[in-house]
Design a protein around this ligand. Structure first.
Ligand code: GUN
Length: 283
């Protein structure tokens, strides 16, 4: 069994971004700028947004975090996004999800200028992924594909099973695995006899949002397991993933830990996407 070290792989990606940013500064006289909006005080979002700012600092990407009150109106948030769309000094805009219930995430996402959409969530970018036309790729699925590549796992011809059908992870990673020529099965909360399906997997991507839901009996020997979960163990309160790591690791061919697997890759890909947005705007 091999542990796929997302922390180390993301560190080398960020180092490459840092070097690239240095070259961009010399060539264009400025560095990329990312603006992150957080609405309210969701504790997970506070941590994620702080980590994004830290990564920007490490890569030499200039950045701003806007913290807006939980009770901000949708109209005011949309105005803020439009203002950033018009600001020539801003290359990338990220609105941290989830948003408070009174705000439509779909309306916020479609208001972000397509060329500043570092998350790849805008309908035009989603269409680009599904139609194989130029687009910004969403960070977590992109990071997962890079983890597989770094671990020497070619999805071509493999059976890939994805648990979770979210717009952020499940759907786009299924499409990317399909484009990498895997045979893909997408499972969700209504899947009947999930374990029977997951035991068929050569590659298992788990983005269910349920602590330790993948048990040893759900994984076949040699399976490559990618755990997207960021959960709390209901017993100990410790940070854990959607996979019961201690039980599954001895069976898996390779597995990502939580923390230190997918999470840091998402952030490294956000850094890449910010540079990509910058490059499209200066060229
Ligand atoms: N919430 C959880 N993951 C993400 C992400 O990749 N981007 C944004 N904007 N919000 C998230």
């Amino acid at each position: 069994m091999k542990i796929i070290d997302g922390k180390a792989i993301s560190a080398s990606l960020k180092e490459a971004v840092r070097e690239q940013v240095g070259a961009l500064k010399a060539k264009y006289g400025r560095v990329p700028h990312l603006t992150v909006i957080r609405v309210g005080e969701d504790p997970a979002s506070v941590v994620y947004v702080r980590n994004k700012a830290k990564a920007c600092e490490a890569c030499g990407i200039s950045n701003t975090t806007l913290v807006l009150p939980e009770d901000i109106s949708e109209a005011s948030l949309l105005d803020k996004v439009r203002e950033l769309n018009e600001d020539p000094a801003v290359d990338g805009i990220l609105v941290q999800l989830p948003l408070p219930k009174h705000i439509s995430e779909a309306r916020v996402i479609e208001t972000i200028a397509r060329e500043k959409d570092v998350d790849g969530f805008h309908p035009c970018n989603v269409a680009g992924l599904w139609q194989k036309t130029p687009h910004m790729s969403p960070c977590t699925p992109k990071g997962i594909m890079k983890l597989l590549e770094a671990a020497g796992v070619d999805p071509c011809g493999k059976r890939a099973v994805v648990i979770g059908r979210s717009n952020i992870v499940g759907l786009p990673v299924a499409k990317m695995l399909l484009d990498a020529n895997a045979t893909v099965t997408l499972c969700h909360t209504r899947t009947v006899n999930l374990a029977e399906v997951t035991r068929q997997a050569d590659i298992l991507v788990v983005a269910a949002g349920r602590a330790k839901m993948v048990r040893a009996d759900m994984v076949s020997p040699g399976c490559v397991v990618i755990d997207v979960g960021m959960d709390r163990d209901p017993v100990t309160g410790a940070l854990c993933g959607d996979v019961d790591f201690d039980a599954v690791a001895p069976i898996a061919g390779a597995i990502t830990p939580v923390p230190g697997g997918v999470g840091p890759m998402t952030i490294a890909c956000l850094m890449e996407n910010t540079v990509e947005c910058f490059l499209k705007r200066v060229q």
